[in-house]
Design a protein around this ligand. Structure first.
Ligand SMILES: Nc1ncnc2c1ncn2[C@@H]1O[C@H](COP(=O)(O)OP(=O)(O)O)[C@@H](O)[C@H]1O
Ligand SMILES: [Mg+2]
Length: 290
């Protein structure tokens, strides 16, 4: 079932009265399905944050429509109660402890103290930040802030999570952990939509991708499907030459060439693998074709 319908969004910014408007979004349309996990991909400055702000009604569009499932209610407050949002540049009150901050965020969403306690316990364990909750935020590292922000965004247990660059600024281990948590939340039935400019992160964590390019929704759909459509014919073969311990690697362009290679008497095959294509390459190639 569709929970969000974004239709033909246009947005331009004007620095001041005298400058000409600068068009960032030139007709973005897509639908978000319940239970999906979607990576929102676009280069820096492509307009990801702008689109997210429009979806959440923090800024208005020049043209086009954003429609939430009627189930989300009609006031902004009701809609937001179904959404966990983690902004690109979150603000934390530095003199609060992590726990005080989460308590404050929970109360802002109208939660009871008891429920806040339960949620803080479960999500801070999941995000590996429980150990630091009684310290002042002032002393948190970037990764710890990111974890705390993540917990604060999901404390009211929303069904849809919208994260703007949640992996930015994390080290490789932190990125890996976050991707695992995103997948876990998806497996618990959450709908997840997160932006990133890093293709492999999206390829690894998501099932669907929405690609924003030149102000439009360039592709929206299954990553698997996109990769299959662009599958390579080639093979990657590892072998030894008879009477020689050394390993060789060769790329073979097609199935017929592979079968004649395998029939050779002078080689011993170690392994054969189909060349795997990566999302990065598909997107790059289709942009050249355009
Ligand atoms: N309030 C604003 N006023 C003027 N220009 C803006 C404003 N917000 C964003 N922009 C411009 O719009 C473009 C898209 O920005 P943004 O949505 O932040 O991109 P992304 O999140 O994909 O990196 C950028 O060129 C940015 O400078
Ligand atoms: Mg951004």
């Amino acid at each position: 079932m569709c929970i969000l319908k974004v239709d033909n969004i246009h947005k331009s910014f004007q620095e001041n009265f005298f400058s000409s408007p600068f068009q960032v979004l030139k007709g973005v349309s897509f639908r978000l399905e319940e239970g999906s996990i979607t990576g929102f991909l676009g280069a820096n400055g492509a307009g990801k944050t702008t689109l997210i702000k429009i979806i959440l009604q923090f800024i208005s569009q020049n043209e086009g429509q954003v429609q939430w499932s009627p189930r989300f209610g009609d006031s902004h407050r009701m809609i937001m109660s179904h959404i966990g949002f983690f902004p690109e540049r979150p603000y934390f009150h530095p003199h609060l402890t992590g726990r005080e901050f989460l308590d404050y965020m929970g109360k802002l969403s109208g939660m009871r103290s008891m429920d806040i306690k339960v949620q803080v316990k479960s999500f801070s364990a999941m995000l590996n930040i429980a150990y630091a909750l009684d310290r002042k935020i002032l002393g948190y590292s970037k990764g710890m802030l990111q974890r705390l922000g993540f917990v604060s965004a999901i404390i009211h247990d929303p069904e849809l999570l919208i994260f703007d660059e949640p992996l930015a600024g994390l080290d490789p281990i932190g990125r890996q952990e976050f991707k695992v948590v995103l997948k876990q939340l998806h497996n618990r039935g959450k709908t997840i939509f997160f932006s990133s400019h890093i293709v492999p992160d999206i390829e690894e964590a998501c099932e669907d991708v929405l690609v924003l390019d030149s102000g439009t929704s360039f592709y929206h759909g299954s990553i698997d499907h996109l990769l299959k459509q662009n599958e390579k014919d080639g093979y990657h073969i590892r072998f030894r030459k008879k009477g020689n311990e050394r390993e060789y690697i060769e790329n073979i362009a097609s199935a017929p060439l592979l079968s004649s290679f395998i029939q050779r008497q002078d080689v011993e095959i170690i392994s054969v693998a189909k060349d795997r294509i990566h999302l990065e390459e598909v997107i790059y190639r289709s942009k050249i074709r355009k």
